[in-house]
Design a protein around this ligand. Structure first.
Ligand SMILES: *[C@@H]1O[C@H](CO)[C@@H](O)[C@H](O)[C@H]1NC(C)=O
Ligand SMILES: *[C@@H]1O[C@H](CO)[C@@H](O)[C@H](O)[C@H]1NC(C)=O
Ligand SMILES: *[C@@H]1O[C@H](CO)[C@@H](O)[C@H](O)[C@H]1NC(C)=O
Length: 585
């Protein structure tokens, strides 16, 4: 009997005492911030002292890669540790991200996230800020894709994303406002109400005239066609009302969203969450997912005009301020030593929008270009004083998908066994181990098209990168120009496929200026052979999945899925007192 009791005692007490030295987690995720926008990665004109201090106190990862170069797929890979092509979140060419909150697309329920894993291990978890991985499936309130279904106990933020249409001074009408310049010209230029409705009508009329359809069919289909067009128009013309939405847990608390006070509000929420966990002695995982620095650029008034890089710079500096408050709160609560802090961005800076976008430093390409260094090499820092020495620099290739297995290792949690995980544990590298990347290969996708492959042989120090595709860059640039909004992924948008692929040594030629030729380097054939074989094996590991970002679920908003407060007005404002924030710029 005593033996049994002792066993019960052990099984109850031991996990708890072990749990006590497991760290807390804080993930700070920026939006569209490039590797050239951050001080510790070489920017000397944007002030990011708080982000830089994470580098000084921890590790700087100079070759940390996003799994995609647009937000929805990239964020889904970060949370799941898996390539988005494995679960239908890679998207096809247009636009590879969710655009309507009233669409049923989103992260499939079968995916497991690392916040869910932490929650299962007793952590209190919160997402503050941008989600952008879907909301509803069948009705407005089923919240089948809501953060709470993927391991977050608490959610305060945007189920969607900040976007140009969220700017109240720039008409939210996507057809006529200034946003139309960048957002809609290409996508919707052919989608003018009268033209489409007219041609549909004439088409049906012609069918009727030649007796192919009956009058009844004619009327029914005309009605359906008209309704779909009017609906789409209503959603596009009122984007701010319908898509710029704030929620707290399951409730819509602000509609339309006031972006200009969002960062201070999120900061207050983060501080409150940390203070509550400390008071209740609870272990926590907090993700602060900033809208900064995605257009519309609407920093809080205290930050406007303060940077040397216009509204874009103001927005980055605002985020840096907020990160400073979060870090100072950890310090004040005595939590710094045993908190794993991770800072990154979801994809490279948006180059097609000029000064409204940021900088990808020395790297070519940017947002949208899943095969380009500028699109996927993210400014990334990790701080965890207990395990990571200040000033550590990790130059080996790592991925945002590595966070899942790394957190699993820290928690001593088993990885899911029923699926392919693409991430690897990078704790040894963070701890300063001198060893090659845990990835022999990294597959760089643009949508669901494989654009490039990284190969890190176990021996030597070189990382190779083969480019299967090239983007139609404007001469003298590495972007595709305003007309394309971002570079797309396939031939119909001017992408060319290279046969044989272009090969670069990204260790010695990170700017990818000098393709290796078969004549100049005896390794050429050997490296390409290994890569070709790896691609074949990789393709075998993919299974056929439903495309979550197909045109149907993505482009046709369903009114019955629309989140709405104060129905039928869909209008409400959150009351917040920001006076407690001390902002010094
Ligand atoms: C509105 O958009 C234009 C162009 O996109 C930009 O130059 C301007 O700063 C924006 N206005 C505000 C108030 O943000
Ligand atoms: C944090 O760790 C450092 C060095 O390991 C130590 O000097 C300091 O006292 C620790 N602080 C707290 C609050 O535990
Ligand atoms: C710093 O960032 C700004 C804004 O993105 C950019 O214009 C500038 O070129 C960057 N500076 C460096 C040295 O990369």
């Amino acid at each position: 009997m005593a033996g049994v009791l002792w066993l019960v005692f052990l099984s109850v007490v031991l996990p708890i005492s072990r749990a006590d030295d497991r760290p807390n987690f804080v993930f700070l995720v920026a939006d569209d911030v490039g590797i050239g926008d951050v001080g510790c990665f070489g920017n000397d004109t944007i002030r990011t002292p708080n982000i830089d201090s994470i580098a000084a106190n921890g590790a700087k990862l100079t070759q940390h890669l996003a799994a995609a170069a647009v937000c929805t797929p990239s964020r889904s890979a970060f949370l799941t540790g898996r390539l988005p092509v494995r679960f239908g979140m890679a998207g096809t060419d247009l636009p590879r991200a969710l655009i309507f909150l009233a669409a049923p697309a989103g992260l499939p329920r079968s995916e497991v996230t690392f916040p869910q894993m932490a929650k299962d291990h007793g952590y209190q978890t919160a997402l503050i800020g941008k989600w952008h991985l879907g909301l509803n499936c069948k009705w407005a309130g089923d919240h089948c894709h809501h953060p709470s279904k993927f391991g977050f106990d608490y959610f305060y933020g945007l189920p969607g994303s900040n976007s140009p249409e969220c700017d109240p001074d720039n008409l939210s009408d996507m057809f006529t406002g200034p946003t139309a310049k960048i957002f809609t010209k290409r996508m919707y230029s052919r989608l003018r109400l009268w033209e489409i409705a007219g041609s549909l009508f004439l088409g049906f009329l012609a069918l009727k005239h030649f007796q192919y359809i009956k009058w009844k069919t004619f009327i029914v289909w005309s009605f359906i066609g008209w309704s779909a067009i009017i609906l789409l128009y209503a959603f596009l013309a009122n984007g701010r009302q319908f898509n710029c939405v704030m929620m707290r847990d399951d409730d819509v608390i602000e509609q339309p969203l006031d972006v200009s006070t969002l960062t201070p509000r999120m900061t207050l929420e983060a501080v409150k969450f940390l203070e509550e966990r400390k008071a209740k002695k609870e272990q926590f995982l907090l993700e602060v997912s900033y809208w900064n620095a995605h257009t519309a650029l609407l920093p809080y008034k205290e930050f406007r005009g303060k940077s040397r890089h216009g509204l874009y710079g103001d927005t980055v500096e605002e985020m840096d301020w907020s990160i400073g408050v979060v870090m100072a709160t950890l310090e004040r609560l005595g939590l710094t030593n045993n908190t794993f802090v991770y800072f990154t961005s979801d994809n490279g800076a948006h180059m097609e929008i000029g000064d409204a976008g940021g900088s990808n430093g020395i790297y070519k390409g940017g947002k949208g270009q899943g095969g380009s260094e500028g699109g996927i090499r993210m400014p990334t820092l990790v701080q965890w004083p207990r395990k990571i020495r200040p000033g550590t620099v990790v130059t080996e290739a790592t991925s945002q998908m590595d966070i899942f297995p790394t957190v699993a290792d820290i928690l001593k949690a088993p990885l899911p066994q029923d699926r392919v995980m693409d991430g690897r544990n990078i704790l040894p590298l963070l701890g300063g181990a001198k060893q090659p990347s845990p990835h022999d290969f990294l597959f760089h996708y643009c949508g669901n098209v494989l654009h490039a492959v990284r190969y890190r042989p176990r021996k030597g120090s070189v990382t190779w990168k083969a480019h299967f595709a090239s983007y139609p860059w404007l001469p003298g640039t590495s972007h595709c120009g305003v007309q394309q909004m971002v570079c797309y992924c396939d031939v119909q948008w001017g992408v060319t496929f290279n046969d044989p692929p272009l090969l670069y040594d990204v260790t010695n030629d990170p700017t990818e200026d000098r393709p290796i030729s078969a004549d100049s380097n005896p390794k050429y054939r050997e490296v390409l052979d290994v890569i070709t074989k790896a691609v074949e094996e990789h393709k075998q590991s993919l299974t056929k999945v439903d495309d979550q970002l197909a045109a149907g679920p993505l482009f046709l908003p369903r009114p019955w899925l629309q989140p709405c407060c104060n129905f039928p007005f869909c209008n409400c404002q959150e009351e917040v007192d920001l006076s407690s924030l001390k902002i010094t710029v």
